[in-house]
Design a protein around this ligand. Structure first.
Ligand code: SAM
Length: 273
């Protein structure tokens, strides 16, 4: 499969925005891309069909995506690098208290504007065909501006999360940030909390430049083995199975997903140890 990120001039433009800047400062590039109105380069225009399906499949009491905790409170979900916030809205419409985090002020403003319309009249993409959306109670929506890797925004988020959803956030980060991504995920989640990842792009060679950076095998290495997410084929690399902070409890190829990942996306759920 050809990689649109490498082939098209527009996607090469995005790769060029990060050149010469230290990986820790790539947030500046993301904000600039938002500010010049180029977010359409990654914006899929709707929530992840794979997330809708998995949430609705496991929403009953006792299942992994039930919206209420045992003490009756709504469970708290974070979507880091949320962009326009489609997944945040969908999760709130399925009963969770949903938080979207993005480093770009322009991105957060776009998400807030989208939410104010979408919550009034939610589009069909938020629900599966057999879902009874009328009897579903809603949770809250809050968008936060901040750097995932810095703690400042956490005071406005009100504590640890029950679930984190990652779609096109890890692949947006330079590979040297991957270990920090995994340790931040572990510290933001409660014990037994669920890190849910729609893994993309799985078809792209990991040695090619990004974003998006190819991720085939990266989640497992980082989360289950405690590796660095870079040297993943080397048996001498840091990390061994079981040494990561997570156990993988679900790994499926979703029937429905965004067109860009059709046939290659994988959906994984990792439980925090
Ligand atoms: C490829 S986009 C994906 C957006 C969204 N997940 C989607 O599917 O539309 C990556 C997003 O992550 C945000 N981002 C990048 N680095 C970040 C960081 N360190 N902290 C928070 N957000 C960040 C960018 O501003 C951008 O909106």
């Amino acid at each position: 499969m050809t990689d649109p990120a490498v082939q098209s001039p527009e996607k090469s433009w995005i790769v060029g925005q990060f050149e010469g800047r230290a990986p820790e400062a790539h947030g500046i590039s993301w904000s600039k891309i938002w500010d010049v109105g180029k977010s359409d380069l990654w914006d899929r225009g709707k929530t992840s069909p794979a997330l809708v399906d998995i949430v609705e499949k496991y929403q009953k009491p006792g299942e992994m995506f039930q919206p209420f905790a045992a003490d009756g409170r709504r469970r708290r979900v974070l979507v880091p690098g949320c962009g326009r916030g489609y997944d945040v809205i969908m999760l709130a419409l399925h009963g969770f208290d949903a938080y979207g985090l993005d480093i770009s002020a322009t991105g957060v403003a776009a998400a807030e504007a989208f939410a104010s319309k979408e919550l009034q009249n939610p589009g069909a993409a938020n629900f599966g065909l057999n879902h009874d959306s009328k009897s579903q109670s809603r949770g809250s929506v809050k968008f936060l501006e901040g750097n995932f890797f810095a703690p400042e925004w956490e005071k406005d988020a009100g504590g640890k999360f029950d679930i984190v959803y990652d779609y096109t956030f890890l692949c947006a980060l330079h590979p040297t940030m991957r270990r920090n991504w995994a340790s931040r995920m572990a510290s933001l989640l409660q014990k037994d909390g669920l890190l849910t990842c729609l893994e993309f792009p799985m078809y792209k060679d990991r040695t090619l430049p990004g974003p998006p950076w190819g991720l085939n095998g990266v989640h497992w290495n980082l989360l289950a083995k405690g590796g660095d997410g870079i040297d993943i084929d080397d048996t001498t690399s840091i990390g061994k199975e079981g040494e990561g902070s997570f156990n993988r409890i679900l790994y499926v190829q979703p029937e429905r997903t965004h067109e860009a990942g059709q046939g290659t996306d994988m959906l994984s759920v990792y439980k925090r140890k």
